[in-house]
Design a protein around this ligand. Structure first.
Ligand SMILES: Nc1ncnc2c1ncn2[C@@H]1O[C@H](COP(=O)(O)OP(=O)(O)OP(=O)(O)O)[C@@H](O)[C@H]1O
Ligand SMILES: [Mg+2]
Length: 259
């Protein structure tokens, strides 16, 4: 899709009012280019989840401006009208908890979103199976979510966040429940998604294993962001290459063209 990726300017969020008001974001500036994966770190309570929720149109900011792709989605109290279309077409969410639908099997948990967006069922399931294979959970494609381990469920949830090839992916601690090999495989896939589809990706994380893989990191402290350009890390680059999915399959390599 190109465009501007993600641009946040002077973003503020106040929870509540009067004596009990909490200023969670106090003027955040941030830019993630199309094709870029950026880390977002900061101590507990510093505003990371608040920032992702504002960007994901889950809560309303108090002031500032946010642009996704070519579209201004929020500007000082004004907000795009069709939030459902915004979330469905523009944003992939990956949360710390998987939130899978218990009565759908693994494939249909992932295929549901593209089906809802009008992709034919067979193609949606093909896309789902490719991603599940790339995330090393393809052998569980017919299982019910309750039959999977926590890490497997999380990888299914990651597939679901990526399957619509959204221009923006917001990931809140996506690797928290995963071992280091699986965590690196997830980071590898996020980087491949970014490169292949020009996706702009923000990864909130405390995970020391994956922090060295980011070329750029924003740190939030007291509701304000500070940008850090990572020191070059050959170790991380090698680790990432080593953790490419073993089957070589990457999402979208068969069905459809990059957006
Ligand atoms: N719904 C709410 N109402 C009032 N205050 C809130 C609400 N949600 C968050 N806060 C406050 O806003 C601040 C930022 O919270 P946020 O959840 O964004 O932090 P975080 O950086 O994601 O922390 P963590 O690493 O613990 O997940 C905190 O002081 C928190 O107590
Ligand atoms: Mg949080």
């Amino acid at each position: 899709m190109g465009g501007t990726g993600i641009r946040i300017e002077g973003l503020r969020k106040r929870y509540g009012s009067g004596d009990t008001a909490v200023d969670a974001l106090k003027g955040v500036d941030m830019h993630v280019a199309p094709g870029e994966v950026v880390g977002l770190i900061g101590p507990s309570g510093s505003g990371k989840s608040t920032l992702l929720k504002c960007l994901g149109a889950v809560i309303d900011p108090t002031a500032g401006r946010m642009t996704l792709g070519d579209e201004v989605i929020y500007d000082d109290g004004w907000r795009v009208r069709d939030l459902r279309a915004l979330r469905r077409d523009k944003i992939g969410f990956v949360f710390q908890a998987p939130y899978l639908i218990p009565f759908l099997d693994v494939t249909d948990n992932v295929a549901l979103l593209p089906m809802l967006a009008g992709v034919p069922n067979a193609e949606a399931r093909d896309r789902a199976r490719e991603l599940l294979a790339a995330l090393d959970v393809g052998h569980r494609a017919r299982a019910q979510p309750s039959q999977l381990s926590g890490g497997e469920q999380q990888r299914v949830a990651i597939a679901r966040g990526l399957v619509n090839r959204p221009p923006v992916i917001l990931a809140d601690e996506p690797t928290a429940p995963l071992d280091s090999e699986r965590a690196m495989a997830v980071v590898h896939i996020l980087n491949e998604m970014a490169r292949r589809y020009e996706t702009a990706i923000i990864v909130v994380t405390h995970d020391e294993k994956i922090i060295p893989t980011f070329k750029r990191i924003y740190q939030i402290r007291d509701g304000v962001t500070h940008e850090q350009v990572a020191k070059s890390s050959p170790v991380a680059a090698v680790a990432l290459a080593q953790h490419a999915p073993s089957n070589g399959v990457l999402p979208g390599s068969v069905s459809g063209s990059p957006r």
